[in-house]
Design a protein around this ligand. Structure first.
Ligand SMILES: [Zn+2]
Length: 275
């Protein structure tokens, strides 16, 4: 918090103008309306009135949102979602994040505890999830799940190009390895990518059916795969979702703001609140 106060002061001095509002995207369950971090494992906070505390230190209004929600809003305002009114952002990395913007408004659920699309079950009795249930989308969509599948397939196919791609060191497999192998035509790599996309598509089709957004944006490290990811994913989602994409299409697009999405979104939410 002290660093935030100090940086805010520096920005104000550099621009010769006061900072008129501050937006924060914080990890955990965040009640944006009340400005309270309900619980954040990463920060060790419980019911922390962050907006009020910072506002008292800075003397300006402070707007708070969950970091994934702020990222969704950022992509909606000036990223991959800027031409749409309703978008859902799914970030795929070491964690799965999600944020929902409906008709231009961020949807956070009661006390900010909603929009947790990663815990939709896509396989009853499936892989164990950190939330305690089994078969959640996150358990299949994580980059670590893809890496696990890649390693497993490599053990079964010693001839696969995947071995060459990681110089024979299976521990250096990352979220990109299977995509690279598939690009080079390796059968085992193609199978791994295909399975991964199958699970992603099940989750995204549920999202498409629930919200019917104009676009679902894919962020996180894996979005660097661009159309290699989004085109096959779009086709699969269309097959699964209601109406098979014959009406009210749902585009699947790569997010474009990267790590800046949360910053931009938090700033825009603060701007909206101070207007
Ligand atoms: Zn879960």
């Amino acid at each position: 918090m002290e660093i935030i106060v100090s940086v805010t002061g520096k920005i104000s001095a550099e621009h010769g103008a006061p900072v008129c509002g501050l937006g924060i995207g914080a990890p955990g369950v965040v009640d944006g309306e009340k400005g309270v971090v309900r619980s954040s494992g990463n920060l060790g906070w419980e019911n922390k009135p962050l907006a009020e505390d910072l506002s008292a230190m800075l003397g300006i209004p402070v707007t708070l949102a969950n970091d994934a929600n702020a990222a969704a809003y950022g992509e909606y305002v000036c990223g991959a979602g800027k031409q749409y009114n309703s978008v859902v952002l799914i970030t795929l990395g070491t964690g799965v994040g999600s944020g929902i913007v409906l008709n231009g408004k961020l949807y956070e659920g009661n006390e900010g505890a909603g929009a947790e699309l990663r815990h939709e079950v896509i396989r009853f009795g499936g892989e164990k999830c950190a939330c305690g249930r089994r078969g959640c989308f996150e358990a299949y969509a994580l980059a670590t799940a893809l890496i696990k599948q890649t390693k497993w397939a490599m053990e079964k196919d010693r001839q696969s190009t995947l071995w060459r791609l990681c110089s024979g060191d299976i521990e250096s497999v990352n979220g990109k390895t299977a995509f690279d192998g598939a690009q080079q035509g390796d059968k085992t790599a193609k199978q791994v990518v295909s399975n991964y996309l199958r699970y992603l598509a099940e989750g995204l089709a549920n999202i498409a059916n629930t919200f019917r957004p104009e676009a679902i944006l894919i962020g996180g490290g894996i979005s660097a795969q661009g159309e290699k990811l989004t085109i096959p994913l779009q086709k699969r989602v269309e097959k699964l979702m209601l109406g098979h994409g014959r009406y009210a299409p749902v585009k699947v697009l790569a997010a474009t703001l990267g790590n800046d999405a949360g910053l931009v979104g938090a700033a825009m939410l603060a701007k909206n609140n101070s207007l």
